[in-house]
Design a protein around this ligand. Structure first.
Ligand code: SAJ
Length: 423
């Protein structure tokens, strides 16, 4: 697809989505300015380095900076298109849209007739309309479109949610289908031109509200399915059935595909986005709310299992049990600790007392602040040694380096395996 209207793009927010998207656009020859409020992040990117862990991204970013198509800045600059990828956290039962509002206010002064503005941040239905209101207030000289507008207006506005899986971002940015919701039909077509620059999959066009809800629906679907697996793990534990074997067997049915139980659901997406639906329709979204509660309850259940194991060890004469906690990240082979159930479990196990704890996390260099300076707790990534010294080994995240631990290394030890790696 040609991109005659889009030669320059300003990307707001250089996090897990904004930075890869900016880098991929720049790699395709578009002039990209990436904007972030953190000066250290801006300086780092301008040196061709990155501040997040994502396979192969640094090479793409460095090459784009070197060839002069990507630069980072702390304030937006005029461009043909603006892409907003800022956080939308969830606080106290409400989506916090202040970063989206701030992004709208920051681009308003540099907007020109014919520009495209696309929101990518995960947002409750109606947020793209709110973004238009923010920009309209600052630029009464420009005519922004109303939903479904067919008359003349100056700025195209669309919503296009990101769908990439951390750890596979570069492949999925190019290979995943996208849903593009225009405030107007023409806006969707213009946004399609933007995504056609780097996305090789299908670009599905709809209206902005449907696209906003589509993103929330995808993550709520996964959350509900993981909740089913997590509930099964509780039921099976009570009934003396191995849940991993059970799921493996059930999945041989041609229409059954149960996901994996774990220590809970983490990350900044699946553990958060379903609440946006619950907030928007609290009476109706009963299953979605219950799934969230089941997944959020799983860490407490795991801590209970650790306490049981410690009680058993003490009953067998181990006065100060040594505990190895394997993993802190929210899922395997990433360094991201946001909303991580493993981290919450580690914090709560540390509070039990009367034991010595070694925490390991191969993707970070040191303990996170919430575990730093605690008595009887240290950090080590010497996996053979920490397993050898432990009385109790707790598998929290099935990172690749842990899968090399053999059954022989675990002989005689108490195990709490939240991921089913030691069936
Ligand atoms: N998990 C399980 N059991 C499973 C699968 C996952 O317990 O069978 C847990 C993981 O350990 C993790 C959490 O769920 O704690 C979420 O991990 P994930 O790999 O399912 O998803 P994310 O959060 O890395 O990325 C999701 C993806 N959404 C869907 O698969 C529907 C991704 O495509 C989205 O782009 C991303 O959310 C996002 O940014 O919204």
């Amino acid at each position: 697809m040609t991109h005659e209207h889009i030669k320059s793009v300003c990307v707001l927010g250089l996090g897990y989505i904004g930075l890869p998207t900016a880098s991929v656009l720049a790699a395709r020859g578009v002039r990209v300015t990436g904007v972030d409020v953190k000066e250290a992040v801006v300086a780092k990117i301008n040196r061709g380095e990155i501040h997040i862990v994502e396979p192969d991204l640094e090479a793409v970013t460095a090459a784009a900076v070197k060839q002069g198509t990507l630069k980072a800045a702390t304030a937006p600059e005029p461009a043909d298109a603006f892409l907003i990828a800022v956080p939308t956290p969830f606080h106290a039962g409400k989506a916090d849209l202040s970063f989206v509002e701030a992004a709208g206010r920051s681009i308003a002064p540099v907007l020109r007739k014919g520009n495209l503005v696309v929101l990518e941040s995960t947002s409750p239905p109606g947020t793209t309309e709110m973004l238009i209101a923010e920009m309209t207030a600052l630029r009464p000289d420009l005519k922004f479109p109303a939903v479904g507008e067919t008359g003349a207006y100056d700025i195209f506005v669309a919503y296009c949610p990101e769908r990439v899986l951390p750890g596979k971002v570069l492949t999925e940015l190019v290979g995943n289908d996208r849903v593009i919701g225009g405030i107007t039909a023409e806006s969707a077509v213009r946004a399609k031109e933007l995504y056609g620059i780097f996305c090789e999959a299908n670009l599905h066009v709809t209206n902005a509200r449907t696209a906003e809800m589509c993103k929330l629906t995808e993550n709520a679907f996964r959350d509900v399915n993981i909740a089913f697996a997590n509930e099964l793990s509780l039921v099976c534990d009570k009934l003396g059935i191995n849940v991993w074997e059970l799921i493996e067997l059930a999945n041989h049915h041609p229409r059954v595909k149960i996901l994996q139980p774990g220590p809970g659901v983490g990350g900044h997406c699946i553990a958060v986005d379903p609440w946006f639906i619950v907030e928007a329709a609290p009476e109706e979204a009963r299953l979605i709310r219950t799934a969230r509660e089941i997944n959020d309850g799983k860490p407490t259940w795991v801590v209970g299992k650790v306490e049981e194991a410690l009680t058993g060890l003490r009953a067998n004469g181990v006065k100060r049990p040594k505990v190895a906690l394997l993993g802190l990240a929210f899922k395997p082979d990433v360094d991201d600790l946001r909303e991580s159930p493993a981290l919450h479990i580690a914090e709560r196990v540390a509070a039990i007392g009367g034991c010595e704890i070694v925490v390991s996390e191969p993707n970070i260099a040191d303990l996170p602040p919430s575990l730093t300076g605690l008595a009887d707790l240290c950090f080590s990534n010497d996996i053979p040694a920490l397993v050898r010294n432990a009385d109790l080994v707790v598998m929290l995240v099935n990172h690749k380096p842990y899968t090399a631990i053999s059954r022989a290394q675990l002989a005689g030890k108490q195990l709490v395996d939240t991921r089913g790696v030691w069936p």
